[in-house]
Design a binder for this molecule. Structure first.
Ligand SMILES: *[C@@H]1O[C@H](CO)[C@@H](O)[C@H](O)[C@H]1NC(C)=O
Length: 186
């Protein structure tokens, strides 16, 4: 009997260290408020081992597509990203480099969309590069399809940014499932 409880305790300890050590995939949600045709709740994943967390909830903040989109150097529209959130595309340099560039331009957070525009289900785990550098602002990964649809909508409307709420607590939204983008499979 004692052996049983010891074993059980051991299993529990292993399980909790697994949960805390590996950080089972977390999601963070944001809602586009405008433009209206993409007024959905989008799912993103925080970087695994760099960047900050959201200490406040932004009820309305601009999501500004970076120019150039990969944000590997100075941004032409950095003045619009100052105090707002940047939408960046994967590729050209590390996730951490992009995050630092956006931070240097005064961005409050960065959302990095996959450059595979047909990716509508596979979240990439964003990790440190080998440079020992750090970043303080939150960095999130977004599916390629979602990033593409946001950019396309802004292009169609000739808008320089979307207005979003972030983070969104989806457990307090009863109709959450109905508010996900219609191109997402679930
Ligand atoms: C999210 O909303 C639920 C339901 O309203 C609430 O119980 C929970 O505490 C909220 N979580 C956070 C992190 O605010």
């Amino acid at each position: 009997m004692v052996a049983f409880w010891l074993l059980w305790g051991y299993i529990l300890v292993c399980f909790s260290s697994l949960v805390h050590g590996l950080r089972i995939q977390e999601y963070l949600y944001f809602q586009v408020l405008s433009p209206g045709d993409i007024r959905y709740i989008f799912t993103a994943t925080p970087a695994k081992d760099f960047g900050g967390v959201f200490n406040t909830r932004y009820e309305q903040i601009y999501l500004v597509p970076a120019d150039p989109p990969e944000a590997c150097g100075t941004l032409n529209n950095g003045v619009f990203i100052d105090g707002q959130i940047a939408l960046v595309e994967r590729g050209g340099c590390s996730f951490l480099s992009k995050t630092r560039i956006v931070q240097e331009h005064g961005g409050r957070a960065v959302i990095i969309a996959d450059n595979a525009y047909d990716n509508d289900n596979s979240y990439v785990e964003m990790i440190q590069d080998s440079t020992q550098r750090t970043a303080d602002i939150p960095a999130l990964f977004l599916l390629g399809r979602d990033g593409y649809m946001i950019r396309r909508s802004l292009d169609q409307h000739g808008l320089p940014w979307a207005v979003i709420s972030i983070p969104v607590n989806v457990t307090s939204i009863p109709t959450y499932e109905l508010m996900q983008p219609p191109w997402t499979f679930w």
